[in-house]
Write a protein that binds this ligand. Structure first.
Ligand code: ADP
Length: 245
């Protein structure tokens, strides 16, 4: 086990990984990474590695869960046993059940659910390596995978957290900051509609600090949103070029 660092922000105002308070970790997004899925995406955010596969709309199992007027969105957030330093039990944890639910809630408002009555859409999220902020990175990637599957959406949902470490409001907390910091505020956003689809808070903040954290997380979301659109375009430019050859 590493020693607990005395300070999470140094004298120069930089964080443990050298970032400024309002700086995101390096992000890589890729669309169309699972050939047999209807849609898929892969994200690297700092040391996080997450893959998402979307299957559907397809027949509902078990049948009695079908809804007559809209599709059923099912999300499964799952951490691989090797995704964290101390092996995670392969059995579904309460945390995974909770995250599956909040991720579904953050994606649903973007999807035209009524277009596909009596069907279900499965979103499988596999955390290959976790380093803090996996729910946010998973939402960003899941939204890309849904778009890749061709399911009509109001817009892409993008997600990012801000929080407080030492006495500073910081963007995009990594694992150590998440664990040793005093608060974490993950949000998910539809940037053009200016609609927040996820807002959680872990820890304590004053109302001013909370407002600063939400505003900073929104700025982070907007930066990631640009990368998200580029990742989607990159796949379809490739498809177009192949078709033209
Ligand atoms: P998020 O990943 O969305 O920030 P949490 O705040 O619950 O969700 O978790 C923060 C981080 O704690 C995770 O990203 C991961 O790095 C670590 N973590 C979560 N579950 C475990 C576990 N079972 N064992 C070790 N580390 C874990």
């Amino acid at each position: 086990m590493n020693e607990k660092p005395e300070k999470l922000i140094d004298k120069k105002g930089l964080r443990l990984d050298g970032r400024k308070p309002d700086e995101l970790r390096p992000i890589k997004l890729e669309v169309g990474v699972i050939p047999n899925a209807d849609g898929s995406a892969y994200v690297e955010q700092g040391k996080n590695r997450i893959i998402v596969g979307v299957y559907g709309p397809r027949e509902v199992h078990p049948k009695h869960l079908a809804l007559q007027d809209r599709t059923v969105l099912k999300c499964r957030y799952h951490m691989a046993p090797f995704s964290v330093q101390e092996r995670k039990s392969p059995a579904p944890s309460r945390r995974e059940v909770e995250l599956s639910k909040v991720i579904r809630g953050s994606l649903e408002p973007a999807i035209f659910m009524e277009y596909y009555p009596r069907t279900m859409i499965d979103v499988f999220i596999e955390i290959l390596q976790a380093d803090g902020g996996t729910r946010c990175a998973a939402i960003t990637a899941a939204s890309l995978a849904l778009a890749d599957s061709g399911i009509p959406m109001r817009e892409l949902v993008v997600s990012c957290a801000a929080g407080k470490v030492d006495d500073t409001i910081v963007l995009d907390l990594m694992d150590e900051e998440d664990k040793l910091g005093s608060a974490d505020v993950p949000i998910a956003l539809m940037p053009n509609l200016n609609a927040i689809t996820l807002l959680q808070m872990d820890g304590k903040l004053t109302s001013d600090e909370f407002e600063s954290a939400v505003n900073l997380a929104i700025e982070g979301c907007k930066q990631i949103s640009v990368m998200q659109k580029e990742a989607l375009k990159a796949k379809y430019v490739g498809v177009k070029e192949e078709a033209e050859e």
